[in-house]
Design a protein around this ligand. Structure first.
Ligand SMILES: Nc1ncnc2c1ncn2[C@@H]1O[C@H](COP(=O)(O)OP(=O)(O)OP(=O)(O)O)[C@@H](O)[C@H]1O
Ligand SMILES: [Mg+2]
Length: 1021
């Protein structure tokens, strides 16, 4: 009991008759309010007690805080303290009238909607039904009416609790009107004093700044006294915060609530956690030892409030305290929160995914980045592989006592394979719950590795998305590793994507479990990660389990997935692209009766296993098994024999066997590529060798899109622009020709590939072999009877004319109706396509051998009329000019080799990389790696008319002259000038029969190009 304050009020009021009324009012209110407060429990049985005992506890706390200073309080201040302790929570009560009306209140409706939208709330489900279908449905949507009523009570209670400080203020001013509390309001005690009391009650739910700005420091009290509303408000706040003890939860009342809302449960644990509590006017010490993580979080939050409130008040104390001789507030000795048993904290806080995490995961959901579930399994498997690589390096890398690896080691080098064979990864799918009444079964997926394990430090970084790039210790190790052995993960998102697998799970299944022992801190932990998109908001609970010291390093991650088990069948398009598993699943489905035991979940899991086996674990040197049944040992052995590791480019490559190809064909068909052992969609436009490449040189963040399925366009563009692929292919052909030859097993074909490259040395026996290969795929072509169907490249060139009809498919009417006897020198085929390398090569060679090709589109097909010109000369420049006329670019240029092919070797001396070249192509353009001839024409297109002009010829000549002079001092500008002018004449001559060209040239000579000045003026640049 707050004997001290009451005694003091008594003494003071006895000394000064002007204040006597305060004592009478208090005696009245104490009894009246004590009784009223009892009712709080009827609506809030799930809450900590807010009855009279709470008020009394507050008063005791204030007495402790004040110590002997109580004697310095005026009667009015003392009265205000006593009354405030009793009135401040009165607003949690509400009248029957009120509560009946509230259902129609717009703000209340908003409140219900808010609860409905917040799935972290206990009342979420109830509120959702209420909001969508009305309270009538909500109340009866449980298997027992009691539960509906209970939810209703909690919802209304929460509504009033939220605003209770405001309500208390109102009740203080009009107790009878609001709640039938017959506390007398007479003129003996001025209304003004009640207003202070009301303000004090209101301010217990407001910020400290509010207290300082809205509550007066000193006012006239009763009689000759002063009163100090701000001071009283501060005392109430502290007294309230320090109501810490564990007797606040009334077990009798709690029993009345069937299912205690989780937040109340946590608050209860919070109160129960207090082990040490000492409070007087000198010091404060509180220790809490929490059993549950949630109560830890609540305690922390609560202690932080206490700390903040004391600090705030201290900093303004002289503007709060009635007089200086009150001294100071007590200092904080300790406010400690600990975890019972061996639970571990990160920087004194439980691990928790941040808000960012939440939005990031939602982003992943929204963007459907992980719409294919296999991608998520791949992330977890990739993490296990990454950890295994790092461990291998820590234990056997440079600087280790057992060094076996060096900077030249690669994932398939013998020494590495020897190490990782002892660090296998196991994956398992097991059925967890079966005979439920649900359409779903719960399966457990788990993956165990013998990698580095996860340390406390790692966890700190793991809780943030993209955190792993900040993990310095880990990064340091990775940077010391040979490029080829560095782990693939860099985004710091993979693990988090696993929350998408469990997003529909409820309760205990809505979390990911990790059991790990770390090589970094040599400790074992059990970690429970709750999903940031669930009601547990991403809290992670970590338990140290050091008893497990014999355990090897590594990590087991497990999670549960919900799999549909009945009422479903796979339809036959599953067999559209049949794999072993697809056929298996289909066979079972078609020979099984689900009447007794539905098995759809088994079949789904079998397909998952198949996808993981075929697409994910096949290209890694780390042994991986699934359910101890399947493993990747065969592919590891195959990799060793079929692949070559190239040190310079840090990649594996293999060559497809092309034995069966007996006609010229675009080899890109055979291209496939991996990034550190995981399949990525092929890089578009990368062809020439039927090659399989596993790239280890790149960083995933630069090279891949977030889901790791596709290359980033910018990245591959930059590789193309820098000539990376051309260089790579040349490098492979130059260095591994024998290997490539043996793998391809088709010399004709290899000869064809080699013919596309300059500067590669190869046996002369391979030269020109390809020209004997049939050009067209016999199965895709029909020939007129005068052409035999084995036409080779050379044979075609020697024809005097031929018409090639290109069709999209053999179903096309042109193909079907083709009559070999009716046509002459004609063939119809699907295997001709001008964008494809060999078709283009044929056209170029045809022009080179005094030919021209006319193109016509007829009935959905394209016809190419190959003809010869009479003068029997090299006509290739005509093709280049035709391309230039049709193409996008405004300038034409040719490489040295094209010039030679076109018989224009006379003009090789004009090839260079002048400033004019740079202005057209940009300095970093890979085509400028070799010198080019920049042609003297510019093409303008205005209103669909084409103009070809030579207007900047002199500038071009200057620029070329400038550049070439560096190599040859004696060079005369005149020479360049003459060369260019003769080139113009030559081309105009060659093109004289092309009307488009002659027209464009005529128009071009009078064309006035735009100049930069007009543009600048127009926009004020
Ligand atoms: N099996 C594991 N063993 C050891 N550490 C792991 C394991 N799985 C995850 N981790 C740790 O968790 C971190 C985060 O993993 P996550 O997959 O989210 O990101 P990442 O692998 O760095 O990048 P990415 O998103 O590209 O995969 C890793 O960097 C690593 O420190
Ligand atoms: Mg990863």
């Amino acid at each position: 009991m707050s004997a001290g304050l009451i005694k003091h009020l008594k003494e003071k009021t006895e000394q000064d008759p002007n204040t006597k009324i305060l004592m009478s009012q208090w005696e009245f209110d104490e009894k009246l309010l004590g009784k009223s407060l009892e009712n709080v429990g009827s609506y809030y049985p799930h809450f900590s007690s807010h009855n009279e005992s709470h008020s009394q506890q507050i008063l005791v706390n204030i007495e402790r805080l004040l110590g002997d200073n109580i004697s310095k309080l005026t009667a009015t201040d003392t009265w205000l303290i006593l009354e405030a302790a009793y009135w401040h929570d009165i607003g949690m009560l509400f009248s029957a009238d009120d509560v009946q009306e509230v259902v129609n209140n717009e703000e209340f409706k908003d409140y219900v909607e808010e609860l409905a939208n917040n799935n972290a709330q206990d009342l979420h489900e109830f509120a959702k039904v209420w909001h969508n279908e009305g309270w009538e449905v909500a109340l009866v949507s449980y298997d027992n009416p009691y539960k509906g009523v209970e939810k209703y009570r909690q919802m209304v209670a929460e509504w009033y609790r939220r605003d209770h400080p405001q309500n208390s203020q109102q009740v203080v001013l009009k107790p009878f009107e609001k709640l039938n509390i017959s506390s007398p309001r007479t003129e003996l005690l001025p209304q003004r004093i009640y207003r202070y009391l009301a303000q004090i009650c209101l301010s217990h739910g407001k910020s400290f700044n509010y207290v300082m700005s809205e509550l007066p420091f000193r006012q006239t009290g009763m009689g000759t006294e002063n009163c100090h509303p701000r001071f009283v408000a501060c005392m109430l706040r502290l007294g309230d915060l320090f109501d810490i003890d564990d007797n606040r939860f009334c077990p009798v009342m709690a029993r009345q609530v069937g299912n205690m809302p989780s937040l109340s449960e946590t608050h209860k644990h919070k109160h129960q956690a207090i082990r040490e509590f000492q409070l007087d006017n000198e010091t404060v010490s509180v220790t809490a030892i929490c059993d549950t993580e949630m109560s830890y979080i609540e305690c922390r939050r609560w202690f932080d409030w206490i700390k903040e409130e004391i600090q705030d008040q201290m900093s303004q104390w002289k503007n709060i305290v009635p007089s200086r001789d009150f001294g100071l507030l007590p200092t904080i000795n300790k406010l400690d929160v600990e975890m019972a048993d061996s639970k571990v904290l990160l920087n004194n806080k439980p691990m928790k995914f941040s808000l960012d995490e939440h939005s990031a995961i939602e982003l992943l959901q929204g963007k459907n980045l992980y719409d294919d579930e296999s991608n998520i399994y791949r992330e977890l498997i990739q993490n296990a592989i990454d950890a295994t690589y790092i461990r291998a390096w820590i234990e056997f890398g440079k600087g280790s006592t057992k060094q076996k690896l060096n900077q030249q080691s690669n994932p398939y080098s013998k020494e590495f394979l020897d190490i990782v064979k002892d660090f296998p990864i196991s994956i398992s799918f097991t059925k967890e719950e079966s005979e439920t009444d649900s359409d779903y079964a719960i399966w457990k997926f788990s993956i165990s590795d013998k990698g580095t394990g996860i340390s406390l430090k790692d966890l700190e970084y793991m809780q943030q998305i993209a955190g792993s790039s900040k993990n310095i210790q880990r990064k340091k190790i990775i940077n010391s590793m040979p490029v080829a052995l560095r782990p693939s993960g860099t985004f710091g998102i993979g693990l988090h994507s696993a929350f998408l697998l469990i997003e529909d799970n409820e309760g205990i299944y809505n979390k990911i479990n990790i059991e790990t022992k770390s090589i970094f801190d040599n400790s074992s932990y059990n970690i429970e990660m709750t999903s940031p998109i669930s009601s547990n908001q991403g809290y992670c609970f970590i338990k140290k389990t050091d008893s497990n010291t014999h355990r090897d390093f590594g990590t087991t991650i497990s999670l549960h997935i919900k799999v549909k088990r009945r009422g479903k069948r796979f339809n036959s398009n599953l067999l559209f692209n049949p794999s072993y598993e697809r056929k298996y699943v289909f066979d079972i489905q078609n020979s099984y009766d689900s009447l007794k035991h539905p098995i759809f979940d088994y079949l789904s899991i079998i397909l998952k296993i198949g996808a993981i086996r075929d697409n994910i674990i096949n290209n890694t040197p780390v042994p991986i098994n699934i359910n101890d049944k399947f493993d990747n040992s065969e592919s590891i052995t195959n990799c060793k024999t079929e692949l070559i590791w190239d040190d310079q480019y840090n990649l594996f490559f293999g060559i497809r066997n092309c034995e069966k190809i007996n006609f010229l064909k675009n080899p890109s068909y055979y291209f496939s590529n991996l990034f550190k052992g995981q399949e990525v969609q092929p890089i578009i436009g990368y062809y020439l060798l039927p090659v399989f490449v596993d790239f280890y040189a790149f960083d995933a963040k630069e090279a891949l899109q977030l889901d790791r399925n596709k290359w980033r366009q910018e990245f591959t563009n930059s590789l193309f622009n820098s000539g990376y692929f051309d260089d790579l292919l040349k490098h492979l052909l130059n260095n591994y020709l024998d290997f490539i030859r043996s793998q391809l097993n088709n010399d004709n074909y290899l000869s064809a590939i080699l013919s596309l490259f300059d500067n590669i040395e190869y046996p002369s026996s391979l030269k020109d072999l390809w020209t004997e290969l049939p050009f067209f795929d016999e199965d895709e072509s029909k020939f007129s009877s005068d052409l035999s169907n084995t036409l080779s490249f050379n044979e075609i060139l020697n024809l005097s004319k031929v018409n090639i009809i290109e069709v999209k498919s053999k179903n096309s009417p042109r193909y079907i109706s083709f009559d070999s006897n009716q046509n002459i020198s004609t063939l119809v085929t699907t295997s001709f396509n001008v964008n494809e390398i060999w078709s283009r090569k044929l056209i170029e060679s045809w022009y080179e051998n005094s030919g021209v090709v006319e193109v016509r589109k007829i009935e959905g097909s394209t016809e190419y009329y190959f003809k010869k010109v009479p003068d029997n000369s090299n006509n290739l420049i005509v093709l280049f000019c035709e391309d230039y006329l049709k193409g996008e670019g405004s300038r034409m240029s040719l490489s040295k080799s094209s010039l030679k092919d076109a018989g224009l070797s006379n003009y090789l001396k004009l090839c260079c990389s002048s400033k004019a070249h740079y202005n057209i192509f940009g300095k970093t353009n890979s085509s400028l790696k070799n010198e080019l001839l920049l042609f003297p024409f510019t093409k303008f297109v205005v209103d669909k008319k084409t103009y070809i002009s030579t207007h900047n010829l002199d500038i071009l000549i200057d620029s070329v002259y400038e550049d070439l002079r560096h190599k040859n001092d004696a060079l005369d500008r005149k020479e360049i000038n003459e060369s260019y002018r003769s080139l113009i004449t030559l081309i105009d001559d060659k093109m004289s029969t092309n009307e488009e060209w002659t027209e464009a040239r005529k128009l071009g000579e009078n064309f006035k190009p735009k100049d930069i000045l007009t543009l600048r003026e127009e926009y004020g640049f």
